[in-house]
Design a protein around this ligand. Structure first.
Ligand SMILES: Cc1ncc(COP(=O)(O)O)c(C=O)c1O
Length: 433
């Protein structure tokens, strides 16, 4: 092992020890939780070593841990927290839904309006249905595609994440839903086309994220998405965009931004105003299969699909808060901020760079272009950990893997503060490695 590598190992050990010593209450709660949940955890992505922070309170753009430490939240609940933690309009909408009573066991007046707003916002969606999560939305979009086309196989991309049982990282998750998957290389159209041509009419659909969020905000080349559209048409397969994360991109989501119209798309995260939410929708002829007044209707049940909390908040989100104009402005703000961060990192001659799209960003300890998971193979994960721990020490919260999603309640002072903190932490890391 080189001297540099040894020093990095020591720095990681020290950072973990400091964290452990300064979070005794989080540790205590974690140990209790371990008696009842494996690893004290019920949501893999939020876990981090040596044990995760326990958050006890959140207001505006800040979260507070069990020790009473305050952190400015740059994670934004993996994109579901677009409105911060206590947005007055969201709170008022939630109260209104509560006051009207819950669990009707019937259609409610909110879902009609919310679905209209979604169809108007996302041009690819002529008709839609609600689910409880993005994972369920994926499940339904794939299932209806297979039924509609009468075909079996589903083409996805290496690095794609579409929900808890739809994970295609360096390897496929062994507990993926048992669809007959074909996994193609992301952003490599030549290889994808060869697969599509050889598999031909066995492929029901192609499922793609316009930006691979979980793999680190790796944006699809516009030409790649356009070529997928053409190839799907050539072989009669459906094109599905997973926009669970990217629908916040500009006024009409990533499909509109890239100018590519998928047959179906999935939504999730922030659109329920921070409440559980998912949706799938698209072409009226495909979605029409779910019309219950038809003799041959497909069944799609789900107790909480039209729950009044998510439906009422969704209306608030699209009508009053994240309007098309606001979505466009927020996209531009993210683009500008990312460019500024990269200029700073370049000046510091840092290993790190920030990639992403609009308000979705990820810090990576890698130089050079990142167009697929392959390009991240050389990243030293110890640097990611040191960055995460260093930013926590400075009072800034991001994902352990470097992911950030900007909320609407972050202020100028938060951005400047983050930049200073990042500069300080990056300098510390560079002095070790
Ligand atoms: C692109 C993408 N698709 C689907 C999902 C699954 O959504 P949910 O966590 O609501 O099931 C996620 C969640 O992170 C996601 O990022």
């Amino acid at each position: 092992m080189s001297d540099e590598s040894k020093k990095l190992d020591e720095a990681v050990d020290q950072a973990l020890l400091n964290y452990e010593n300064s979070h005794p209450k989080s540790l205590e709660i974690h140990q209790q939780a371990c008696n009842y949940m494996p690893g004290g955890n019920t949501r893999t992505v939020i876990w981090h070593e040596p044990f995760p922070l326990r958050i006890v309170e959140a207001q505006n753009a800040e979260i507070v841990d069990a020790e009473g430490n305050r952190y400015v939240d740059f994670l934004g609940e993996y994109t579901a927290g677009l409105f911060g933690h206590s947005h007055p309009s969201i709170q008022a909408a939630t109260r209104e839904a509560l006051d009207g009573g819950t669990n009707f066991g019937a259609h409610n007046h909110y879902e009609a309006r919310f679905s209209q707003l979604l169809c108007e916002r996302f041009p690819a969606i002529e008709r839609l249905r609600f689910t409880n999560s993005g994972t369920e939305a994926t499940m339904m979009a794939l299932s209806v595609s297979r039924y509609f086309t009468g075909r079996e196989k589903v083409l996805v991309f290496r690095g794609g994440y579409h929900g808890g049982v739809f994970y295609f990282g360096q390897k496929n998750s062994p507990i993926n839903a048992p669809f007959p998957w074909i996994v193609a290389p992301f952003n490599n159209f030549e290889a994808t086309r060869a697969i599509m041509q050889s598999e031909g009419d066995s492929i029901a659909c192609v499922l793609v994220e316009p930006m691979q969020g979980s793999s680190g905000c790796i944006t699809a080349d516009p030409e790649f998405l356009k070529a997928l559209r053409q190839s799907c048409d050539d072989i009669g397969a459906l094109l599905i965009f997973d926009e669970v994360m990217t629908s916040r991109t500009g006024a009409g989501g990533a499909a509109a931004y890239f100018g590519v119209t998928p047959d179906l798309m999935t939504l999730g995260k922030y659109l329920g105003g921070g409440h559980s939410f998912g949706s799938f929708g698209g072409r009226a002829d495909i979605m029409g299969l779910f019309d219950p007044s038809r003799n041959d209707a497909l069944v799609h049940a789900g107790t909480f699909q039209n729950n009044v909390m998510s439906m009422r908040n969704g209306i608030e989100v699209l009508e009053a808060i994240y309007t098309s104009e606001m979505a466009e402005a927020h996209y531009q703000l993210g683009e500008q901020w990312r460019r500024g961060l990269n200029r700073m990192l370049l000046d510091l001659e840092s290993e790190f760079q920030v990639i992403g799209m609009g308000s979705l960003l990820c810090l990576h300890p890698v130089r050079g272009a990142i167009r697929s998971l392959e390009d991240l193979k050389s990243a030293d994960d110890r640097l990611r950990l040191l960055l995460f721990m260093g930013l926590l020490n400075e009072g800034y919260y991001i994902a352990r893997r470097g992911f950030m999603s900007l909320s609407l309640v972050l202020q100028e002072s938060h951005f400047r503060g983050f930049e200073n903190a990042l500069e300080k932490v990056v300098r510390q890391i560079e002095s070790i490695s």
